[in-house]
Design a protein around this ligand. Sequence first.
Ligand SMILES: Nc1ncnc2c1ncn2[C@@H]1O[C@H](COP(=O)(O)OP(=O)(O)OP(=O)(O)O)[C@@H](O)[C@H]1O
Length: 272
Amino acid sequence: MLRIEGLTKRFGDKNAVDNVTLSIPKGEMVGVIGRSGAGKSTLLRMLNRLADATSGSIVCEERNVTTLKGASLRAWRRDTAMIFQQFNLVGRLDVLTNVLLGRLNHRSAALTLVKSFSQDDKIRAIAALERLDMGHLLAQRAETLSGGQQQRVAIARALVQEPKVILADEPIASLDPRNTQVVMDALFRINREDGITVICNLHHLDIASKYCDRLIGMAAGKVVFDGPPLALTTEIAAELYGIEAKDAGAEALDALDAIAASEAQRAKQNVA
Ligand SMILES: Nc1ncnc2c1ncn2[C@@H]1O[C@H](COP(=O)(O)OP(=O)(O)OP(=O)(O)O)[C@@H](O)[C@H]1O
C-alpha cells in the first residue's frame, strides 16, 4: 500500500502538484489522466524520488519515502521502476546489455563499476525479453529497433529490477496504435500475473479506461477524479480535458460513449 498525503511540488509561484492525497493498494493498475501540464509527470517523479516534494509525504509499508537517503533511497528506486515516453535505452548497446542495466542496483558498487553480470542476471534478462517476445533480438543494437520494440526492452529492463511498483510516464505517447496495444497489453499482463502495482500516466482516456482498474484525474495539480473508469462522467471528462484542447475533449467524449457501450454490453450478459 502506497499512502500519499498532502503531496505538493512547487515551481516558483506555481504548484505543479497541489496537496494530493491518495492511497494505492498493492497490485492495482492505475491510470493517471489529465491534459498537458496537469502535474502527472511531477507526481510520478516524486513517487520515484526523481523530484523531491515541497511538502507532504509518501509512505510505503512503513517506509517514509520522502525522507529516504543513501542505500535506502537506492533500494526504494529499485522497488519503483520507471518507464519513460522516450524509452531511455543506451542506443549503441545491444538489447541484452540494456536489460542487464536494470540489474545494476542489485549489485555491489564494485561490480557495478566493472559492469560484470552473473549467469543468473543473464538468465533473468533473457527470460524477461522472451516474456515480451523480444528474445530473438537480444544481440541487436537498441538504436536499430522500432519504438514499440524499444519500449518492450525498457519494460524488460524494469522487470529485472524486480520492482514492487512500475511507474510509467506516458509509455505509449510515441507509439502507433498497434504498438500502443502491444505495450499496454504487456503492462497489463505484468500487473495481473506478477501482482506488480502499475501507475501509468496516459493522455488517452480510451486507453486508460480499457486497461486500468482505477483512474486518477488531475487538473492544475489537483486530483479532480478518483474512481473506476465507469464512474467518470461527461462533466468530469470535460473538466479534465477542458476547452483548451477540443480534440482531446472530443476524444474524451468518444471514450465515454465506449465506456457506456461496454457497460450496456456487460449488463446484457448479466441478464442473459
Ligand atoms: N522543472 C520544472 N521547472 C518549472 N516548472 C516545471 C518543471 N517541471 C514541471 N513544471 C511545470 O509543472 C506543471 C506540471 O508539469 P507536468 O510535466 O508534471 O505535467 P504533465 O501533466 O505531466 O504534462 P505532460 O502530459 O505534458 O507531460 C507544468 O505547468 C509544468 O510547466
